[in-house]
Design a protein around this ligand. Structure first.
Ligand code: MD3
Ligand code: FE
Length: 205
């Protein structure tokens, strides 16, 4: 399978998951969402809901509300612990990151046809030495990434169903976002939309 280094530390495997693997992973995501339904994160200052809806697997989950951005061990609405990581997710983490420690947080992002994610940095983790691994399912997304400042030039790629993206080293604090999704570009789900899973370490080694 092709491995493309888009920038130092930013590695893209187009089509890493074949169709049966995508179907298995989708089934695992849907099972997790029965236990931990999608919630609408809100902007800390304004309480404005994000257009992306979210849930998590693993010991810690990322949440956002008027109190801020943070990782916590329970669902913000049900207050129940997050579902365990599916074995396929742990296998992809170890295969692509080579990291000995398992991920602690597995953010599930759901993009409906109109959802987007503005340019931002991921800096709510206490440990930036570990990489972040992203897995995409469903409709293709226009992903934009730049440098360590908001003003640095950016590039765009299209992330399709089954693609894996590893973010580490010099790219760990790069600005990035999702400009839009391209509804109807995947037949994986019976409806337009996209799931992205982001696997992370949160606590220091
Ligand atoms: C580049 N998610 O959840 S995943 C996020 O497709 C997030 O849902 C996007 O950005 C999505 O925070 C992009 C790929 C990704 C994840 C983390 C990064 C790219 C990154 C951290 C630094 C640089
Ligand atoms: Fe991000």
């Amino acid at each position: 399978m092709q491995r493309l280094e888009l920038a130092p530390g930013l590695i893209w495997w187009p089509g890493h998951l074949d169709r049966p693997a995508q179907e298995r992973l989708l089934a695992a995501v849907e099972r997790a969402l029965e236990e931990a339904p999608l919630f609408s994160p809100r902007m800390p200052r304004t309480g404005q809901p994000f257009s992306v809806r979210m849930s998590n697997f693993g010991p810690l989950g990322w949440v956002a509300d008027e109190a801020g951005y943070r990782y916590q061990p329970f669902h913000p609405d049900t207050r129940r612990p997050w579902p365990e990581f599916p074995p396929d997710v742990l296998e992809a983490w170890h295969a692509l990151t080579g990291w000995t420690a398992p991920p602690e947080a597995g953010l599930i992002n759901w993009y409906g046809p109109e959802a987007r994610m503005g340019l931002h940095q991921d800096r709510d983790e206490q440990d930036f030495t570990a990489p972040v691994l992203s897995l995409s399912l469903g409709d293709t997304a226009v992903f934009r990434f730049g440098g360590d400042t908001r003003r640095a030039p950016t590039r765009s790629i299209r992330l399709a169903s089954g693609d894996a993206l590893l973010i580490g080293g010099d790219s760990r604090l790069a600005f990035h976002g999702i400009d839009r999704i391209l509804p109807g570009t995947s037949t994986l789900m019976g409806q337009p939309g996209r799931f992205n899973l982001t696997l992370r370490r949160v606590t220091p080694p």
